[in-house]
Design a protein around this ligand. Structure first.
Ligand code: AZC
Length: 828
């Protein structure tokens, strides 16, 4: 059964205007007039495009009514600024929102077409790296479903996150030309293009009324053109907008060069301008101060702010009430230059006095931090910053001077603290600290899970917390139950709907109502059958993508997420190697058959992470081919983990690996997707794992490892990984096995960088947590043998996952930060 069959689970409205005949007519019209094809000669892409256009047409009316209502009501609008939106495929989700998947399926089949095949045709826009980008996508889904006026602002990268293949066990990156066959969901609005300045210098002048002013004389100007996609709420009349900006050369600029007779030079500059939105930086939680990246960030932020000011004017509102019309959320520091840009627009272009402008700015912005990792903190070398944004640097200096004055009064005499707080890092080479700019320019600052928010206050942002405790708050992440359950797990959706109705799709807290069914044998049997069917689907995907055949009756133990040392995929690898070692040493050992499934991308320049992938595939290669193992253990690495692949993985998982070192994973959101789909968690006390465990109950959660407090204590005492190795014979043997080249055809040097690091430094404390992890897995092994008890836990786990909907998270943001509310759309 496929995603689109979710229609069966959620009875659809019988809207006559959407009758099958008219859908077929519209589809064939698009095939002819948009694609220029007949049914006989159409390619699969033609068919997909025609269907997508047919569905988009059905969103346009409500899209239009939505913006008309928001304008008329002058409703406070949430502007979610994010350098990444990892949307996943649109078609299935839009069918679900509209409630027409069943009709469309029938219409297609009457034309001899298979909806599932058309759904598979869509290339997902991979405009994000991982958690942060996917969170933005879940949030705009919830905003629309909750009928909150909102616009997602971001970048229309021509190339999204790279396409990953695995060759000889190594990650290989390929470009992601997702726009190759066109994007049927977007509408280009050339009429709303804006100009963005870059480089150059500033000049002082006196205006007509004798006031001292600053003018920015840029080196170049780039045009920003908006591309809009509709974001329909689930079964409501609200259809919000995702507005992504593409950089284009400005005519004025071309003309200038052209007039000097330098045609090729002009063309070349055009190409350079357009480079700005060419490609997404594939780094997750690490930054290198690349000029182009700063330009990208500034480009999309400036476009978005200018766009909001245009809307403000269009609504007939003065710029000085900008903060009443817009609540801008900074998704991490990537858009934090917005603080300085709004100040520039207000004071230089709209002639608002500084104090008033600062007031407006602070009331407008709020900032979400997504990571404590120091390597992820954005800071720009001052000279680079000056080269790209000379006017902004002046504004930042002024903000800083005023801020530090305030701080000096607050922390009288404490100059080391003042230096720590400064927007400019002057400890060596000078840098602009973007997180500090975001903190100073926002009225609210939040972490993404309770532990993370506490650690922010205690550690990373402690000086800001000391100064402004009231600005800090915690907003635990959430994920949308539409995409992550209704769409990706239609079998489960159907069962749940049969028992409690379909209210859970819009209100996931109601999933609690299935709790009594945990003890219902018939329900449990169905629950199991559904999981098994989902596993069979995943098994066939694995076979197709990797050639590896797995047993759907083995336990599916899954770790999918970006590959990173702090997430510790190699801890799992060590444990798998240990299991193998056990099976080899005791031939008839009775273990629960398991399929270990991994997926995730490593940043292309992150060699250690790439080596982790190689370690997993190398161990897998040996195990999968060893007849002694007799299918008791399989290891599969799914290439190119993406939203599309995730939709197949979460519903099939039984064990969810959330094994980061405590204190490192800000929240995690995959952990929530697994929990909703009935996979039990094996995890550390990290990020939102803690809250998942609080909700589902400690006997429905496999806990192991050090707590964040214990991690700090151990580090303070002086952590010596070797001490832990000596205590554990099996781990010792496993490390020796890897070191000897057993998994690398005798190449004992291959994994040395990983292993030596574990033995000598082990910054993520794998060795300290190993024992506890392995013991916990033995408990999992035992628990899985009792099928009924396991099923019961799985049901309870889902039933108690109500908190982890992004609808809950968005409700909290609206109440506590944005002061935004639902505005029902008036239909024309
Ligand atoms: C991620 C965090 O690592 C993850 O724990 C969290 O769930 C997610 O954001 C959403 O809040 N961070 C990122 O993806 N990237 C950066 C730069 O933090």
């Amino acid at each position: 059964m496929s995603a689109a069959d979710s229609s069966v689970a959620h009875p659809e409205h019988d809207r006559s205007s959407l009758s099958r005949e008219s859908l077929k007519r519209a589809f064939l019209d698009h095939l002819l007039y948009t694609q220029g094809k007949s049914l006989e000669i159409a390619s699969k892409n033609d068919l997909y495009q025609s269907l997508a256009h047919t569905v988009r047409d059905r969103l346009v009316r409500s899209w239009f009514d939505t913006s008309a209502t928001h304008q008329k009501r002058n409703a406070r609008t949430v502007a979610y600024l994010s350098a990444e939106f990892l949307m996943g495929p649109y078609l299935g989700n839009n069918l679900l929102s509209l409630g027409i998947s069943h009709e469309i399926r029938l219409a297609m089949s009457e034309l001899g077409l298979d909806l599932d095949e058309l759904l598979r045709q869509e290339e997902e826009p991979g405009l994000g790296n991982g958690g942060l980008g996917r969170l933005a996508a879940c949030f705009i889904d919830s905003l629309a479903t909750l009928e909150v006026p909102a616009i997602g602002y971001g970048i229309r990268y021509e190339y999204g996150i790279f396409y990953q293949t695995i060759m000889d066990g190594w990650q290989v990156e390929n470009t992601d030309a997702w726009l190759r066959y066109g994007n049927p969901w977007e509408i280009q609005h050339a009429e709303w293009a804006v100009q963005v300045k870059l480089g150059g210098h500033t000049e002082q002048y006196t205006d007509d009324s004798g006031r001292f002013r600053v003018r920015w004389v840029p080196e170049k100007t780039v045009a920003g053109v908006p591309f809009d996609s509709p974001i329909p709420g689930y079964r409501v009349d609200t259809t919000n907008t995702l507005r992504l900006w593409r950089a284009e050369a400005t005519e004025a600029f071309d003309f200038h060069t052209f007039n000097r007779g330098d045609y090729l030079g002009a063309v070349n500059k055009k190409v350079t301008s357009e480079n700005l939105t060419k490609v997404l930086y594939p780094n997750d939680e690490s930054v290198q101060g690349k000029e182009l990246r700063l330009e990208q960030q500034y480009f999309f932020v400036s476009c978005s702010l200018q766009d909001m000011l245009r809307l403000q004017q269009h609504r007939g509102q003065p710029v000085t009430s900008f903060h009443k019309s817009f609540a801008i959320q900074l998704n991490d520091t990537h858009p934090s230059i917005g603080v300085a840009e709004l100040m520039r627009l207000l004071i230089d272009e709209h002639l608002v006095p500084w104090d008033r402008a600062w007031d407006i700015t602070r009331q407008t912005f709020s900032y979400t931090n997504h990571t404590l990792l120091p390597e992820a903190l954005e800071r720009w070398p001052l000279e680079l910053f000056r080269r790209v944004l000379p006017r902004h640097l002046e504004i930042i200096f002024e903000i800083n001077a005023r801020f530090l004055n305030e701080a000096r009064i607050h922390f009288f005499g404490d100059e080391t603290r003042i230096a720590r707080l400064s927007l400019i890092d002057e400890s060596g080479e000078r840098y602009v600290r973007m997180a500090h700019l975001a903190c100073v320019g926002s009225h609210a600052i939040n972490g993404v899970a309770d532990l993370h928010s506490e650690l922010l206050k205690r550690d990373l942002l402690k000086d800001f917390y000391a100064m402004w405790p009231d600005k800090f708050t915690s907003m635990t992440n959430g994920v949308t139950p539409r995409r992550w359950v209704a769409l990706s797990n239609p079998r489960m959706g159907k069962l749940v709907t049969r028992c409690i109705g379909d209210g859970w799709i819009k209100d996931w807290s109601r999933i609690r109502e299935i709790e009594p069914y945990a003890d219902d044998a018939a329900f449990a049997a169905e629950w199991r059958a559904i999981k098994r069917a989902n596993k069979i689907d995943l098994a066939s995907l694995l076979l197709r993508k990797t050639g590896i055949k797995v047993d759907p009756d083995s336990m599916f133990d899954v770790q999918v997420k970006r590959i990173h040392e702090y997430k510790r995929q190699h801890l799992s690898a060590l444990h798998i190697a240990a299991l193998y070692h056990r099976v080899k040493s005791q031939r008839n050992l009775d273990i629960t058959p398991r399929t270990f499934i991994f997926g995730g991308k490593a940043a292309p320049g992150y060699m250690r992470a790439k080596l982790m992938i190689k370690l997993i595939t190398a161990i897998g290669d040996v195990i999968n081919h060893d007849p002694d193992v007799r299918d008791r253990i399989k290891v599969v690495f799914i290439p190119n983990f993406s939203v599309t692949v995730g939709q197949c993985v979460y519903p099939a998982a039984e064990l969810s690996e959330q094994i980061s070192l405590a204190g490192k994973e800000a929240s995690g959101t995959g952990n929530m997707k697994f929990a909703m789909n009935g996979a039990l968690t094996i995890g550390t006390m990290d990020g939102a794992n803690i809250e998942i465990r609080d909700e589902v109950g400690e006997d429905v959660f496999f806990l192991f490892g050090l707590t964040a407090e214990e991690v700090y204590a151990l580090r303070r005492e002086g952590y010596r990984p070797m001490d832990f190795l000596r205590r554990d014979g099996e781990l010792h043997a496993v490390i020796e096995l890897i070191r000897s080249g057993f998994f690398s055809r005798g190449d004992s040097a291959l994994f040395a960088p990983l292993i030596d690091d574990l033995l000598n430094h082990d910054p993520y404390m794998l060795l300290a947590d190993y024992d506890s992890y392995a013991a916990c897995h033995s408990r999992v092994d035992q628990a899985y043998r009792d099928t009924q008890a396991w099923t019961r836990m799985s049901i309870l786990n889902t039933a108690r996952s109500g908190k982890f909907s992004s609808d809950r998270a968005i409700g909290e943001y609206c109440d506590r930060i944005w002061k935004a509310r639902a505005v029902p759309v008036e239909k024309r």
